[in-house]
Design a protein around this ligand. Structure first.
Ligand code: OGA
Ligand code: MN
Length: 296
């Protein structure tokens, strides 16, 4: 089952070939994938017709998985998925119909159009995300990725020094309010903001990255407008075309990215006419927790 690693860009994206995940998924394969991803932040397999159980089993080889807070709830996002480890990244309702224009879930899911990294609003953030494409539209809907390691490396020394030790508050209140989504009382009760370091050191590669997201609300201890201006400036820097790669989906793709050193966003498609069914599994992250004293 030799895994071949084919660079798609010199240092950010690679394609894996030579394996069929229905039969070749193993701890050794997951190790090889992680080793490749210490160099590349994003990778993908094509032509993998895996089902939900296979996706979950393969993802578990990378660590413990997040569970969707929406799973099994009658209100809220979805009851379409059969397993709590699967995040529904589609434009479909529980009867597999295209979501109506007025459906709140459409707006909720539109948050993916903003640059983000998964679960930065949770302590520890997220590690790898694995996104499996079951049905893809004929046109549009690429997912774009930004290399936050390269973006950090290229910052002027003075800026790197300025960022040392800075802490940022992340929350879904912030990102969802940007698109006008209103949380229910219940959602408000269950969500709390989280503090994260603005610069992260990758636990495997040792490389530094900017850690930013649409969930990043403000810099702790800095005047609100100054901190927001800084986050905006850094986001604009990190999402310049030279750091960005767009993945054009084919049904059967399994794409993996490392949330600790990348940002990503969805791009538009004709979502009132075309179906898109992607399913995500997400490894619970290991970002260092911020001491509350430092953030006071
Ligand atoms: C995600 C996500 C982007 C897309 O699944 O976490 O942001 O293009 N997806 O669907
Ligand atoms: Mn995402």
């Amino acid at each position: 089952m030799p895994l071949h690693v084919q660079p798609v860009t010199p240092s950010f994206v690679c394609e894996f070939t030579g394996v069929d995940l229905r039969t070749d998924a193993s701890p050794q394969l997951a190790q090889a994938v992680m080793e490749a991803m210490d160099r590349f932040g994003v990778s993908f397999f094509r032509g993998q017709s895996i089902g939900d159980e296979q996706q979950i089993a393969f993802s578990r080889l990378f660590g413990n998985l997040e569970q969707s807070p929406h799973f099994g709830r009658k209100t809220g996002e979805t009851v379409r998925m059969k397993f709590p480890e699967l995040f529904d990244v589609s434009n479909l309702d529980e009867q597999d119909r295209i979501l109506q224009d007025s459906d709140a879930r459409r707006l909720y899911r539109a948050a993916n159009l903003m640059w983000h990294t998964d679960s930065s609003f949770q302590p520890g953030g997220a590690g790898y995300s694995l996104l499996s494409a079951r049905v893809v539209p004929s046109f549009g809907s690429d997912t774009e990725f930004a290399d936050m390691r390269a973006a950090y490396d290229d910052l002027p020394e003075l800026m790197k020094r300025r960022l040392q030790g800075l802490v940022v508050e992340h929350s879904t209140f912030h990102s969802r309010s940007l698109i006008g989504y209103r949380f229910t009382e219940d959602e408000l009760k269950r969500r709390r903001p989280t503090l994260q370091h603005l610069v992260q050191v990758h636990p495997r590669s040792g490389r530094r990255s900017l850690y930013l997201a649409s969930h990043a609300s403000h810099v702790v201890g800095m005047p609100l407008d100054e901190g927001r201006a800084l986050l905006k400036e850094l986001t604009e820097h990190a999402t310049q075309p030279k750091y960005v790669h767009a993945h054009a989906w084919q049904a059967g793709d399994l794409l993996i990215w490392d949330n600790r050193c990348t940002m990503h966003r969805a791009t538009p498609y004709d979502d009132m006419k075309e179906r898109r069914d992607l399913r995500r599994t997400t490894v619970i992250g290991d970002l260092p927790l911020v001491e509350t004293a430092a953030a006071a």
